[in-house]
Design a protein around this ligand. Structure first.
Ligand code: FES
Length: 191
């Protein structure tokens, strides 16, 4: 039995409009996926002042003195330490199994609560099971326009900070730590 011409003419336009809707949905889905892919590619994945980026610590007038205890910056995951006028940013993660260590003001060492590793104020491993010095991040000085003035991978000597830089008063220079570039600590023979 064949269908009547009348029923065909009724079904065809309906089928076509369903197909249009289906194609429309597929096309919209594809556009969304492509847009997402471009967004992920073009937008920076790490926001400013988050771990993995350059952390702004404020004006250099805020630099801790060598008499100051090490200070933890949780956002940047580092301890800022002034050791005899050399500024160091020590990664706050133990080089044994990545626990967060703390500063013991009485013993003047960093102590890891997990397995007891100890590190000096300079980040040197003093007691195992850790066998590596603490990792570090570069410390930098930027001018008011965010141009790099001076940088050091393993501790910034404060005497190297220029008193002035092409019209920028020293008081306007900024202290930053680049947590996007980790300097791996040296391996040591520890008892
Ligand atoms: S994780 Fe620090 S001593 Fe094991």
């Amino acid at each position: 039995m064949t269908s009547s011409p009348d029923s065909e003419t009724i079904k065809s336009p309906q089928r076509r409009s369903w197909l249009k809707v289906l194609f429309g949905l597929v096309a919209a889905g594809t556009v969304v996926q492509v847009g997402r892919a471009f967004g992920t590619f073009l937008l920076p994945r790490i926001k400013e002042n988050e771990f993995g980026s350059r952390i702004d610590l404020g004006l250099i007038t805020e630099i801790p003195t060598s008499a100051t205890e090490p200070k933890l910056y949780p956002v940047g995951k580092f301890w800022l330490v002034n050791n005899d006028e050399k500024l160091t940013a020590l990664h706050s993660s133990c080089t044994h199994l990545n626990c967060m260590f703390t500063w013991d003001g009485n013993k003047q060492v960093f102590i890891c609560p997990c397995h007891g590793s100890e590190f000096s104020r300079q980040g040197e491993v003093l007691k195992g099971p850790a066998t590596r010095n603490l990792d570090q991040f570069p410390v930098e000085i930027l001018d008011a326009d965010n141009h790099l003035v001076v940088s050091s991978e393993t501790g910034l000597v404060l005497a190297d900070i220029p008193a002035e830089k092409e019209g920028t008063e020293a008081a306007k220079l900024k202290l930053c730590v680049d947590t996007g570039r980790k300097i791996i600590g040296e391996t040591k023979a520890v008892l």
